[in-house]
Ligand binder design. Structure first.
Ligand SMILES: Nc1ncnc2c1ncn2[C@@H]1O[C@H](COP(=O)(O)OP(=O)(O)OP(=O)(O)O)[C@@H](O)[C@H]1O
Ligand SMILES: [Mg+2]
Length: 317
């Protein structure tokens, strides 16, 4: 396939609704629209029950949407379900597989299900990719949790899909394996795979993703480049620790957003674009504070996430 014939977007979803039970009338996806650019490493974030897995399970064909349109690689999932399925590999949040198969047999079987002929199968390469070559003949039930998750990633890739979806890929995975998985995810991206992942580890989204969408109560509440999202709440905090106890904010700091944190610490909140740190440092020199240490704290995704979900709640009041 030439680049010119590739679609701009890996996934487009328009006005998707999902109602699991008509009695409850609470939509798991509520007029949900999202575009995932081809080649991106896309993070889908949101609190428990937000609708992330529902969306992913609809992409996987495991859950039927109530309304709306979804295209995978420009293919409508309703009118050409089989073709759409060939373009995507999904590792679901809940891992279920036959414990009596070996990893090698499982990958072969899965490739067979996708109609990949034996000479085109990538079983060994996939086992190597997820670091399970040494376990290729072990019963899958004897694999550790992290190994199972890695096996599921290999299983989702047997038909070499251009899109890989990972629903909480590192849940329950130890730090070393997590780093290893991150590396594999980066490698896949470098090869041009579009990767969509959900995570509750905000550091993970910050580390991996180039674009992030946030879902809350079935609705899309943010969809931005990671850095833009962070700039949205572009604030920093400066913590000044003093050797002597502080009783009052010094006059030179009064026109900053300063407050006493405890007997020895003052906090100044500032927006770097509006208040260069140099101005604060100049003001600090005009005080008689006996400064022991200064540290800065920057907002991370957790702050962005809390802020956006609360803004959304406020808007619904
Ligand atoms: N099979 C189901 N039957 C009925 N309701 C369901 C079903 N699956 C999910 N839900 C409901 O749909 C909503 C969205 O759930 P979903 O699993 O998509 O959330 P999530 O964002 O993946 O959450 P988590 O972070 O906990 O994995 C929740 O209110 C959940 O209770
Ligand atoms: Mg989920």
């Amino acid at each position: 396939m030439t680049t010119a014939s590739l679609p701009d977007n890996a996934i487009t979803a328009h006005n998707v609704y999902k109602l699991y039970e008509s009695k409850t009338k609470r939509y798991a996806l509520d007029d949900f629209s999202l575009t995932i650019p081809r080649g991106s490493l896309f993070g889908l974030l949101g609190p428990n029950g937000a609708g992330k897995s529902t969306f992913i399970n609809i992409l996987a064909g495991l859950v039927k949407k109530t309304a709306g349109n979804i295209h995978i690689w420009d293919i409508n999932i309703d009118s050409d379900h089989r073709e759409a399925k060939m373009r995507i590999g999904i590792v679901p949040q809940e891992l279920n597989f036959d414990p009596f198969f070996t990893p090698r047999a499982m990958l072969d079987l899965q490739a067979g299900l996708y109609g990949v002929p034996p000479q085109k199968r990538q079983t060994e390469a996939l086992l190597h990719m997820v670091g399970l070559t040494h376990k290729s003949e072990a019963y899958s039930r004897s694999l550790s949790g992290g190994m199972r998750r890695r096996l599921m990633i290999a299983k989702a890739m047997v038909h070499a899909p251009p899109i890989l979806v990972l629903d909480e890929p590192t849940a329950g995975v130890d730090i070393e394996l997590r780093q290893n998985l991150w590396q594999q995810i980066h490698n896949l991206k470098k090869k041009g795979t579009t990767i969509i992942l959900t995570t509750h580890y905000l550091k993970e989204a910050e580390e991996l993703c180039d674009r992030i969408a946030i879902i809350n109560q079935g609705k899309l509440i943010a969809d931005k480049n990671k850095h833009e999202l962070l700039q949205d709440i572009d604030h920093k905090e400066l913590h000044i620790t003093c050797t002597k106890s502080i009783t009052d904010i010094p006059p030179a700091l009064k026109h900053f957003e300063a407050q006493i944190l405890d007997s020895h610490r003052i906090q100044i909140r500032y927006t770097p674009q509006r208040t260069p740190i140099g101005h604060i440092l100049e003001a600090l020199q005009k005080t008689d504070l006996d400064i022991h240490d200064i540290t800065t704290h920057q907002s991370d995704l957790e702050d962005v996430f809390l802020k956006l979900t609360h803004m959304n709640d406020d808007a619904n009041v």
